[in-house]
Design a protein around this ligand. Structure first.
Ligand SMILES: Cc1ncc(C[n+]2csc(CCOP(=O)(O)OP(=O)(O)O)c2C)c(N)n1
Length: 371
């Protein structure tokens, strides 16, 4: 379906405020929102926050907002909707535009999307959030129905993965940055080259995990000391913290993203409070959600190092370039360390997707640790 048609229909119906966390299924539509001058558009750090911002917009304007999200973030909306803003309580109208990954019988999708993909309609049913599924040619009929339903509170439009198409969007993203900062995969490769081979890695959601996985394959190295957070966006540092609390002598590296960092920033406080001396927290700063199409972040990525410093990471370094990164990594002594490495957009050519299921990843990881 042509995203411009959907965008126009929403605009005609007076939806001028957009807030959300990006999903690649929605990218062609978000590309239009990003350049629409008359829109009030907020990129939220997480889906819980998006619901609350949309509610605040409504209190000020009396008009519903569009809240966009990937269905993996639907869980994060359950709390604010069921405890305050939803149809049995504040009844704030908002159109939830849900990128439907892992739809049963839909386009093939990754393992981490299957479960939520299968239960997305049931979850909405359970929450009594009315919804419609967008199809190639049904926008003109389902949107009026949804607008009627908005009188009672939130309603959702499910957008199956790859339904929205705009031919030129991905090329635009690859060219977005013209700086000569290293690419994310080059940073990951340098880390793999420099840190001891018995380091345990916790990699964030999106292309970071995909690239780490791919590089391991190319280098004929085991996946057994990597935990790929292909879902649970924003939790890689908490996962690593939990591991470090028990495995105090193993070397640990978190490969984090700046979007993921903003999503769960509070968790950094817990990491720092525990002061794991064996931990390197490396944030790849590209100042965008590259994995979902290059959308902006909720906050300026540059500020993250200041936050890390203020929260109490004893050693914080802003890293510019691969040789500086190598020098810092060679000089490790007692952590925890925080490194923020500037990166330009662009990914490993012909990037695949991990064919290791999360359950298998756990199995490999546990087996390796027992050695
Ligand atoms: C809760 C949740 N919301 C949204 C997504 C969709 N998503 C996957 S990767 C990603 C972007 C990650 O951005 P960042 O951490 O900056 O890494 P980059 O893609 O730039 O490497 C998003 C929004 C998700 N997986 N989970």
């Amino acid at each position: 379906m042509n995203p411009a048609h959907l965008f126009e229909m929403l605009k005609e119906r007076g939806l001028h405020t957009w807030v959300g966390v990006p999903d690649s299924s929605l990218q062609p539509l978000l590309d239009l929102v990003l350049v629409a001058p008359q829109m009030l558009h907020t990129v939220a750090s997480n889906e819980c926050e998006a619901i609350a911002i949309a509610s605040g917009n409504y209190l000020a304007s009396g008009r519903p907002s569009v809240v966009y999200l990937q269905n993996s973030g639907l869980g994060k909306t359950v709390h604010p909707l069921t405890s305050l803003y939803g149809s049995e309580l504040a009844r704030i109208p908002m159109l939830m535009l849900v990128g439907w990954r892992g739809k049963l019988g839909g386009k093939p999708d990754e393992p981490q999307h299957q479960w939520m993909g299968r239960v997305t309609p049931q979850l909405l049913d359970l929450l009594q959030i009315p919804y419609r599924e967008l199809e190639e040619n049904n926008a003109a009929s389902v949107l009026p129905e949804l607008f009627d339903l908005l009188k009672e509170g939130p309603a959702a439009l499910l957008v199956p993965h790859q339904l929205l198409k705009s031919p030129d969007s991905s090329a635009a993203i690859e060219n977005k940055s013209s700086f000569s900062w290293p690419l994310r995969w080059q940073i990951i490769e340098k880390v793999l080259d420099t840190l001891p081979s018995d380091t345990y890695f916790f990699s964030t959601t999106g292309k970071t995990s995909r690239e780490l996985f791919e590089l391991r394959k190319k280098r004929s190295e085991t996946h057994a000391r990597d935990f790929y957070c292909v879902g649970g966006m924003g939790t890689a540092s908490s996962l690593a913290l939990g591991f470090s609390q028990i495995e105090k002598n193993k070397k640990i590296c978190i490969l984090d993203g700046d979007g993921a960092a903003w999503m769960q920033l509070g968790s950094w406080g817990s990491v720092i409070a525990a002061r794991p001396e064996n931990l390197v927290h490396l944030v790849i700063e590209n100042n965008m959600h590259e994995s979902t199409g290059g959308q902006p972040l909720s906050g300026d990525a540059k500020l993250l190092i200041k936050v890390a410093r203020a929260l109490g990471y004893p050693i914080c370094e802003e890293v510019e370039g691969l040789s500086q990164l190598e020098a810092f990594l060679k000089g490790l002594h007692r952590g925890p360390y925080y490194f923020q490495v500037r990166s330009q957009s662009g990914s490993l050519p012909n990037l695949g997707r991990p064919d290791l299921s999360p359950a298998k990843n756990v199995e490999l990881f546990l087996r390796e640790r027992m050695k």
